[in-house]
Design a protein around this ligand. Structure first.
Ligand SMILES: NC(=O)C1=CN([C@@H]2O[C@H](COP(=O)(O)OP(=O)(O)OC[C@H]3O[C@@H](n4cnc5c(N)ncnc54)[C@H](O)[C@@H]3O)[C@@H](O)[C@H]2O)C=CC1
Ligand SMILES: O=C(O)[C@H]1OC(=O)[C@H](O)[C@@H](O)[C@@H]1O
Length: 259
């Protein structure tokens, strides 16, 4: 059975994903800045900072797969983004290499391409077009995944997550929504799929209005989403059509704070 180290396990996604995947792994090490209450069976907490390479490397002893979800999940001053999302992500890949981890599953974001116009159909090969410093940090993360795979053979799965919510909330979500059920299935497949090498995929449900072509990465992962934002139209706020795929994140005045 698989041993997991999870960063960001106490966060919004982490709480949902951990509950959804509970009991599927031999051991789950939650690497966190502070203690996490209400552990699921098989989970243990190691308290440490993301940039503490020694503690991180020790915590990864015997670990098969690292789920790297910790970091600032919105726009923020560049210095803060650099510390948490760039230095912190480098430390994760470096510690994984040193500890002999097999695979890192990296929580990237669609804000890496959020500067493209809404409605433009994209795969994963087009040039990045980040919409924020936050999106820019995900360019670093996907680049680190590529480097550590090409040079040191670490397997890496980069998930360009859309908007992970119980239900879609605004018009943009009709295209970028990732349901809880599909998100749990996606992470399960990102851990278990064989021979992934280096792979980038969109973390998005089977939305009728999706802007993203997830072929062939979704097939390689055997990721088969079942939810469609269209089935929740009654709960979607009557907001304007977004101009960019990143919605408000692409606004020059955007300073963070959307959730
Ligand atoms: N929630 C969403 O819809 C989306 C999330 N993502 C990505 O998924 C990941 C998880 O997102 P959420 O759970 O929504 O975020 P969150 O803000 O709820 O959780 C992030 C976690 O990271 C931890 N963290 C932040 N900076 C840290 C640091 N310097 N050292 C140690 N821990 C630190 C926080 O304490 C928190 O537990 C993030 O990397 C985010 O960029 C990407 C796209 C969409
Ligand atoms: O675009 C969105 O709505 C989401 O995108 C993200 O990458 C963020 O981590 C999340 O906080 C946002 O809610």
């Amino acid at each position: 059975m698989t041993v997991i180290l999870y960063t960001g396990g106490g966060g919004r996604m982490g709480t949902v994903l951990r509950a959804g995947l509970s009991g599927e792994f031999e051991r789950v090490v939650l690497y966190a800045r502070r203690d996490i209450p209400d552990l699921n069976p098989g989970e243990e907490v190691v308290v440490g900072e993301l940039d503490d390479l020694d503690t991180l490397t020790n915590a990864m002893a015997g670990v098969d797969v690292v789920l790297h979800f910790a970091g600032i999940a919105d726009e923020a001053p560049f210095a803060d983004i650099a510390e948490s999302n760039i230095m912190g992500t480098w430390a994760i890949f470096e510690a994984a290499r040193r500890a002999g981890v097999r695979r890192v599953v990296y929580a990237s974001s669609h804000h890496i391409i959020g500067g493209y116009p809404a409605g433009q159909f994209l795969g994963t090969e087009e040039p990045v077009r980040p919409d924020t410093y936050y999106g820019l940090s995900k360019v670093f993360g996907e680049g680190a995944a590529r480097l550590y795979h090409d040079k040191w053979g670490l397997e890496a799965v980069c998930l360009r997550i859309g908007a992970f919510r119980p239900t879609p909330e605004d018009r943009r979500h009709l295209s970028v929504w990732l349901s809880h059920r599909d998100g749990i299935h996606l992470v399960r497949r990102a851990i278990a799929a064989e021979d992934v090498g280096f792979l980038v995929t969109y973390g998005v449900s089977a939305n009728t209005r999706s802007w993203w072509n997830n072929s062939p990465s979704a097939e390689l992962l055997a990721y088969h989403p079942v939810d469609d934002a269209e089935d929740h139209l009654s709960s979607v706020a009557e907001t304007d059509e977004p101009e960019h795929q990143g919605g408000p994140f692409a606004d020059p005045e955007y300073r963070g704070g959307v959730w």
